[in-house]
Write a protein that binds this ligand. Structure first.
Ligand code: IMP
Ligand code: MG
Length: 184
């Protein structure tokens, strides 16, 4: 492997750790969803890399679909009020929906999205999050699978970005504070 990207302070999860954990989640999903009509939904763009790896570790027939959402306003912190930019193509009513999400921070985006998807009457609606930050006051979320607990720091790589950079890093790490523009 080449050295760590110079903009990163440290690596949190290596490529090997991610591969191993995603395989475990895929195996658990294979076990839990056998015989069910499964739709795996990912939220663009952060969860695309994780989704691509995860579905290849699920040994079941499944459908993949994507949503794109944007938060209102420019604040770095999630407001929880989101606009759907690209909706699902699939009708999910009566089907088992699993949302592959890159990271749960405040949890507000996902809470909003779940309410929206719930109204379409899926047979079940659960989340397979790769990372979860331990944030006080996070809303209740049906997180059936969590890859890793994540420290409350801004992370990039494996699909996650800072100002649209670093999504293609094969590992997850913490940015140097000198790289982060303080918007506060
Ligand atoms: P939430 O609504 O605060 O849970 O934020 C949801 C979205 O913000 C996640 O799905 C990510 O796309 C993005 N996000 C939250 N924390 C980070 C981070 O540390 N790095 C990169 N993106 C993040
Ligand atoms: Mg996301």
């Amino acid at each position: 492997m080449q050295g760590i990207h110079p903009d990163l302070e440290r690596v949190l999860f290596t490529e090997d750790q991610l591969r191993a954990r995603v395989s475990e989640i895929g195996a658990a999903i294979t076990n839990d969803y056998a015989g069910k009509d499964l739709v795996v939904v990912s939220i663009l763009r952060g969860a695309a890399v994780y989704m691509a790896d995860l579905v290849r570790k699920i040994d079941l027939p499944l459908e993949m679909d994507f949503m794109a959402i944007s938060s209102y306003g420019k604040a770095a912190k999630s407001s929880g009020i989101v606009r759907i930019q690209k909706d699902l193509t699939t009708d999910i009513s009566g089907r088992h929906v699993l949302i592959a999400e890159d990271i749960i921070d405040s949890g507000l985006t996902l809470r909003y999205l779940l309410d929206n998807l719930e109204s379409r009457k899926p047979a079940s609606l659960s989340i397979a999050a790769l990372l979860r930050k331990d944030i006080p006051g996070q809303p209740d979320l049906p997180c059936k699978y969590v890859g890793f607990e994540c420290p409350d720091e801004f992370v990039v790589g494996y699909g996650m970005d800072y100002a649209e950079h670093y999504r293609n890093l094969p590992y997850i790490g913490v940015l140097r504070s000198s790289v982060v523009v303080d918007a506060s």
